[in-house]
Design a protein around this ligand. Structure first.
Ligand code: NAD
Ligand code: DAU
Length: 361
């Protein structure tokens, strides 16, 4: 079986649902259930005996060691850790970096250390098979100028936000556990994901949510910052492929070959919503676009060269942005109850803090 961390979050949820649809191998999901975690995402699994949820902190060494010692009734033991758990939102890292250091750095360190103890005591055959798959981000490479080539795995790390610095630190710890102790690790550095179950603090679900409520669509600065967008299911398939065939100690960049300026992403969302859920009268969703104060230290451009994972492992994204964004919007239109349930009091506090309370200038 596999141990997934952070499986109640956006990508982890999609990963577990896809994994259990494609594989019979059981999953233990360890998740602290922060504001970003929602174990109810996995309710479609019902009482599936292949799925077990454990609430807890990856930094809780005893808890993690206990989970690693678990086995199924037919003697199956943990053969891989797929590590998603993190504080993931750049803006929150600017307001409160400490939680990012706790989970992304200290948490990853304790998880790695528990994994090392567990792995060292395995039989040679099980040691050989074990993998620690660390899910990381393209943001560790810093920001590109318009004419720079896309990020490659050999680029130097230049993280600019507390979030990306904490992810960079975790990547270095993972690397060091391979070089020093021989732990069989593999790291993926992926670009911006979008799709079902993404918390509406990130650009795409925030804009869909606000547009449906007739609220402003906040664009930071001039809106010309560029991101590479990948449909979440493609990211999950890349992770499965790396788990299956990735080379020990290797890192793989994962991306959609799909660079877009933020303003273009939001304009596309507005055009699709105009078709799928027209506003009253002649109003267009794009009329809601509002330019707001820029993110401090905002990285200008990310772009990914996903050539290594394609050449070595045969992975390429299946979805185009045109098909993926339409699917995503339809999912949000069909799951307004999900959005309503995650948009709690804590969410409203965050929105007031980040964008200003109603009536405040
Ligand atoms: P998310 O914020 O939606 O989910 C994170 C999950 O981790 C939540 O369920 C949360 O409860 C859990 N968690 C947080 N702290 C924890 C702790 N101390 N112990 C156990 N669980 C904890 O994040 P996401 O967007 O799904 O991202 C998942 C991973 O992928 C992260 O490591 C992130 O850095 C990476 N990543 C994300 C993107 C993206 O576009 N979202 C792109 C590249 C890489
Ligand atoms: O590149 C991978 C990273 O992508 C992941 O590692 C992070 O976990 C994930 O959150 C994401 O980071 P970004 O900062 O790029 O994502 P976000 O959705 O917050 O912002 C996307 C772009 O849109 C960015 O340039 C900032 C801008 N933006 C964002 C928000 C929330 C706005 O213009 N307005 C907004 O209200």
């Amino acid at each position: 079986m596999i141990l997934v961390t952070g499986g109640a979050g956006f990508i982890g949820t999609n990963f577990i649902l896809g994994w259990l649809a494609r594989n019979d191998e059981p999953v233990i999901n360890l998740d602290l259930v922060t504001y970003a975690g929602n174990p109810a995402n996995l309710t479609p699994l019902g009482a599936d005996p292949r799925y077990r949820f454990q609430r807890g902190d990856i930094a809780d060494r005893e808890l993690v060691s206990g989970l690693l010692r678990e086995s199924t009734p037919d003697g199956d033991t943990v053969r891989a850790i797929v590590h998603f758990a993190a504080e993931s939102h750049v803006d929150r890292s600017i307001h409160g970096p400490e939680a990012f250091v706790h989970t992304n750095v200290v948490g990853t360190f304790r998880l790695l250390d528990a994994a090392r103890d567990y792995w060292s005591a395995l039989s040679p055959a099980r040691r050989e098979r074990f993998r620690f798959l660390h899910v990381s981000t393209d943001e560790v490479y810093g920001s590109l100028a318009d004419t720079d080539p896309p990020f490659r795995e050999t680029d130097r790390y230049e993280p600019n936000s507390p979030y990306s610095a904490s992810k960079a630190a975790s990547d270095h710890l993972v690397r060091s556990y391979h070089h020093t102790y021989g732990l069989p690790v593999v790291t993926t550095n992926c670009s911006n994901n979008y799709g079902p179950y993404q918390f509406p603090e990130k650009l795409i679900p925030l804009c869909i949510h606000n547009a449906l409520a007739g609220k402003p669509l906040p664009i930071y600065g001039d809106g010309r910052q560029i991101r590479d967008w990948l449909y979440v299911e493609d990211h999950c398939l890349a992770i499965e492929r790396v788990l299956e065939a990735g080379r020990e100690g290797e890192t793989y960049n994962v991306g959609g070959w799909n660079e877009q300026a933020n303003i273009d992403v939001v304009t596309t969302i507005c055009a699709i919503l105009d078709e799928e859920r027209p506003r009253a009268g002649n109003a267009r969703h794009a009329d809601l676009i509002t330019f707001v104060r820029d993110r401090p230290g905002h990285d200008r451009r990310y772009a990914i060269d996903a050539g290594r994972i394609e050449r070595d492992l045969g992975w390429r994204p299946r979805e185009t942005f045109a098909t993926g964004i339409r699917k995503t919007i339809r999912w949000y239109l069909e799951h307004e109850a999900w959005v309503a349930s995650v948009v709690s009091g804590a969410y409203r506090e965050w929105i007031d803090r980040q964008y200003g309370a109603p009536g405040r200038t």
